[in-house]
Structures are given as structure tokens and as C-alpha cells.
Design a protein around this ligand. Structure first.
Ligand code: PGA
Length: 251
């Protein structure tokens, strides 16, 4: 049985003090989530990682990106050993904003996935089509390429450390969420692709939906057979709203 996972992606939001304040209140959130067997986590900015982990060492805390090399001349980047020093063991890779604004390719994601999973880190690997691709009926083609190129060459043991997040780009931050049928169809398709490439382990891999997930629609998504959780931007920023997301899963 795959445990439901609700992860907040804070993007470029919250000062260190704001992140710390949320983390202080997250003990209750985590207790509540545990009580209904839901796993939760947050992805603050790099600058707030230490503060959040310090306030709540029990909470899953993810970086929003990292480099695949351990050190070197990569201005502006941070590495896996640096995250480990802060006891961070989750990283989001390939978010559409990284792909769109910072030129992140499937190939770069693949290098990061290899580096992370062979260093015992857990990864949320994001995939998703643009509005143009969606309208042209290219969704599955795009997803297949992102999933297969991103996960290329991983061993089954490495793959077990990966969570996939299907996030249609046209639904991120737009308030225009995909229907639960689309979410189920594409999350199910991701599972088929994993089965084709890696075999029966596909049943163990968690696949999240992301894109304008709110307390009002989280239940519908998470009731789908192939949707094992959600990656949430805007609605994860406030403790109340995060609490409501957890509460509504169980409804
Ligand atoms: P959103 O963002 O929930 O604000 O649409 C989701 C994401 O980008 O992960």
C-alpha cells in the first residue's frame, strides 16, 4: 500500500523567519498527518532549509534543486554534500519553473537523479506538458520522454527513492487545475511507463499530482487509484491551509 504524500513547494516565498514560524507550527501538522497515515513535507528556499530542519527535525524537508557535482566552479549552485550537512534528504528535480526559466533539460535531471539516488537522497521528479502541448494532444508523448530520459539508467533500488510528480504546466499557479480524470489518466500512464522500463516495482512508486491543488479539490485527486499524493504550491504556504489540505484528504 502506497502511503499518501503531501508536499509543499514554497518556491521563492518566505523569509527565513517566516519559514521558521511555519516550522514551529508544523509539529502539530505532522502529528495530525501521522494520525491519518499521511506523510507530509515542505520545500523551502535554500536559505531557510537549516531553520526549518532545526525547528522540526522530524519534518520531511526538501531542497528545490541541487547540482549533480559535489563541488567545483558552478557559481550559484549548491551540492548534495552541502544538503547532507544540513540533514536534508529530499530534493525536487525538474520542476517546470526550473525547466522553463533556467533551461533544465531531461538530461540534466537524469544526472541529478543518478547523483541523488546513489547518495541515499529522495527525489521528487516533476514532469508535465505545456498548454500548447496539451492542446495539440501531445501530453503522453511529452510525459514519456520526460519520464524515460529522466529515469534512464537508474537501478530498481535507485528508483525506489524517487517520487514522480505529474504537474501540467498550464495548471501551475493558474487556478486552472486539471480534472481528476486527467490526473488519474496521466499518473496511471507514468506508472505504465515505469512498469515497462523497470517492472513490478512500478506498484511501489508514488506518483503525485500537482497544479492548483487546494483544500477544496485535494480529496478528488487523492481518491484516484494512481494518484498517491500532491505537490502543492500556493495552498501550502499557510499553516491553516496546509492543515485543511490534510484534513480534506481523509473526508
Ligand atoms: P500551485 O503550484 O499549487 O501553486 O499551482 C504547484 C507546483 O508548482 O508545484
Amino acid at each position: 500500500m502506497r502511503r499518501k504524500l503531501l508536499f509543499g513547494n514554497w518556491k521563492m516565498n518566505k523569509s527565513i523567519e517566516e519559514a521558521r514560524a511555519f516550522a514551529k507550527e508544523s509539529h502539530e501538522l505532522k502529528k495530525f498527518a501521522d494520525s491519518i497515515n499521511v506523510e507530509i513535507g515542505v520545500a523551502p528556499t535554500y536559505l531557510s532549509l537549516a531553520a526549518v530542519k532545526e525547528e522540526n527535525p522530524e519534518l520531511n524537508v526538501a531542497a528545490q534543486n541541487c547540482h549533480f557535482e559535489d563541488h567545483g566552479a558552478f557559481t550559484g549552485e549548491i551540492s548534495i554534500p552541502m544538503l547532507k550537512e544540513l540533514h536534508i534528504d529530499w530534493v525536487i528535480i525538474g520542476h517546470s519553473e526550473r525547466r522553463t526559466y533556467f533551461g533544465e533539460t531531461n538530461e540534466a535531471c537524469n544526472k541529478k537523479l543518478h547523483a541523488l539516488t546513489s547518495n541515499d537522497m529522495k527525489v521528487i521528479y516533476c514532469v508535465g506538458e505545456t498548454l500548447d502541448e496539451f492542446e495539440k494532444g501531445l501530453t503522453k508523448k511529452v510525459i514519456a520522454k520526460q519520464v524515460e530520459e529522466g529515469l534512464k539508467g537508474l537501478s530498481v533500488e535507485q528508483l525506489k527513492k524517487v517520487v514522480i510528480a505529474y504537474e501540467p504546466v498550464w495548471a501551475i499557479g493558474t487556478g486552472k487545475s486539471a480534472s481528476k480524470e486527467i490526473a488519474e489518466d496521466i499518473c496511471g500512464y507514468c506508472r505504465e511507463l515505469i512498469k515497462k522500463n523497470f517492472g513490478a516495482v512500478s506498484e511501489e512508486i508514488r506518483i503525485l499530482y500537482g497544479g492548483s491543488v487546494k483544500p477544496e479539490n485535494v480529496h478528488d485527486y487523492l481518491m484516484q487509484a494512481n494518484v498517491d499524493g500532491a505537490l502543492v504550491g500556493g495552498a501550502s504556504l499557510k499553516v491553516d491551509s496546509f492543515h485543511q489540505l490534510i484534513a480534506n484528504i481523509a473526508k
